[in-house]
Design a binder for this molecule. Structure first.
Ligand code: TYD
Length: 207
């Protein structure tokens, strides 16, 4: 593996999609070949699974939910992320396996170790190298949310559990996690993100 796999994580409303897109563009402007993906989804199969998972009218049992997220992710790793990394591309992802550990493991109470064990076989070495956790309190995140999906409509108690699980994951793995306060304006979040990424992997400007 020669590329780098960077994943953005956090509860709802942290601005991670905007920041992930901006990072991908920033890297591309510096001559880096970037694959940008989002989870769940990113492949034809994954987008179909996404629909099942997020349709606000749907009914999905907790373990069914965890396994469907794992299935969509295994497809993405097989079709896109694994091949990209092997070719030396950088991958910038909106969410990753750590969302499953936090939402299904922590939020739904399935257990982080249990959820990790059903994801790992489909991913093997295709695992985020840097996880940028955009940290925000649950009430602020929910207030910022625009169009909640089946999981986003869960209340503040669920989001708080998810946030706590993310904090625990970051504490356990400080070499992989970068924690950025997302309560401030987007510009200061961006500055912090880019400083962390370029601090780890210096990139030179081609513009
Ligand atoms: P996303 O498309 O990132 O939506 P948002 O931008 O609103 O955060 O994620 C969709 C939802 O799926 C979101 O509520 C988080 C949830 N999710 C999980 O519960 N587990 C997972 O493994 C993933 C990837 C997402």
């Amino acid at each position: 593996m020669t590329g780098h796999y960077i994943a953005f994580e956090g509860i709802e409303g942290t601005g991670k999609s905007t920041i992930a897109a901006r990072l991908a563009t920033h890297l591309e402007q510096r001559g880096i070949d970037v694959l940008r993906v989002r989870e769940p989804g990113g492949t034809a199969t994954g987008e179909r699974i996404r629909h099942v998972l997020l349709d606000p009218g749907g009914s999905v049992a907790p373990w069914s939910e965890a396994l469907l997220f794992a299935a969509a992710r295994a497809q993405l790793a097989h079709e896109l992320v694994g091949p990209a990394l092997r070719r030396g591309r950088w991958v910038v992802s909106d969410r990753s396996v750590y969302s499953s550990l936090a939402y299904q493991g922590g939020g739904r109470g399935l257990g982080m170790a249990e959820v990790k064990s059903v994801n790992a076989p489909g991913l093997r070495e295709v695992w985020p190298e840097m996880v940028i956790l955009l940290r925000l309190d649950a009430a602020t995140g929910l207030a910022r949310q625009e169009d909640p999906d089946r999981i986003g409509i869960e209340g503040v108690e669920f989001q708080t559990k998810v946030g706590q699980a993310f904090d625990e994951l970051a504490d356990q793995d400080p070499a992989r996690f970068v924690v950025v306060d997302a309560a401030g304006d987007l510009e200061s979040v961006w500055k912090s993100v880019v400083a962390h990424v370029e601090g780890r992997w210096p990139v030179s400007s081609t513009t």
